[in-house]
Design a protein around this ligand. Sequence first.
Ligand SMILES: NC(=O)c1ccc[n+]([C@@H]2O[C@H](COP(=O)([O-])OP(=O)(O)OC[C@H]3O[C@@H](n4cnc5c(N)ncnc54)[C@H](O)[C@@H]3O)[C@@H](O)[C@H]2O)c1
Ligand SMILES: [Zn+2]
Length: 285
Amino acid sequence: MEQMQRILRSAVRSGCDRNSCMIAFGGGVVGDITGYAAASLLRGVEFIQVPASLLAMVDASVGGKTGVNIPEGKNLAGAFHQPRAVLMDLDLLETLPDRQARAGWAEIIKTAAIRDIRLLSLIERERAALLAGSPSLLTKVVERCVRIKAEVVEEDERESGLRMILNFGHTLAHGIEAAQGYGRLLHGEAVAVGMVFAARLGEGLGITREATADRLEALLAAFGLPVHLSKLSCSRILTAMGRDKKRGPRGLRWVFLSQLGEALIRDDVKPAVWQAELKKFIKGK
Ligand SMILES: NC(=O)c1ccc[n+]([C@@H]2O[C@H](COP(=O)([O-])OP(=O)(O)OC[C@H]3O[C@@H](n4cnc5c(N)ncnc54)[C@H](O)[C@@H]3O)[C@@H](O)[C@H]2O)c1
Ligand SMILES: [Zn+2]
């Protein structure tokens, strides 16, 4: 919020008007805050996304969700504001630190897991080439992810239905991020852990086809992503999840896979059930 104010004040001081256009050049954090500043400045000016991280390219820069965190939770202040354009240059990724690149892979694997089993199989098969940075393969994967996200958002911009599937792995991830005070696990890393948990919970409930969680976990681990959670206090995660704004009429909203490539939403999982599963998951079964 403090940074928002700095951006808005400097925009006004430098003479921005309704015809001004902001450019978000950076990772997802820069994109989210710039988009929110653009949505707020003079009740809305245009903006362009130039994502520089893998995660921002495949996910954060597309779809028009903008916002900032507040101490009470992730993205609790924000707006839907579509960028005028999203420009990507994969060469920017040459300077992206490895750990950040892996966090981007978590959202790529998420996109494949909820919507495209062929993409998931391609990533499994070509893992070595992808990690070595093969430009043609990476272009193909990034393009596919952007198309999937754009398709989903076109159908449901305001997240009243289908768009919720993009939150696969995010129910627990947001709890982890809020409980740790942002920053220890990267967003993508928390999502990786959250996806494994959602897949295990789904299998336990009989919603998710057996062996899905193992396959997903193996792929995430192969990309160097965390798949377990041991050090965080469970009660802090539970408190943070209690504040999650993603609730349906019946309770906390979970995205499950029926199988790899297909997602569904449920808000009727009893708190006692997912909480018991979470305690088991944190202790490592
Ligand atoms: N709006 C959405 O729909 C949406 C979707 C997914 C994630 N997000 C948000 O995006 C954020 C995560 O984005 P992120 O992973 O890009 O994190 P980030 O913005 O924190 O960037 C990660 C780090 O990499 C650096 N960096 C970025 N590009 C670089 C490059 N090309 N070379 C060298 N360093 C570079 C950044 O300075 C930063 O230190 C989270 O806050 C998440 O909530 C938003
Ligand atoms: Zn995410």
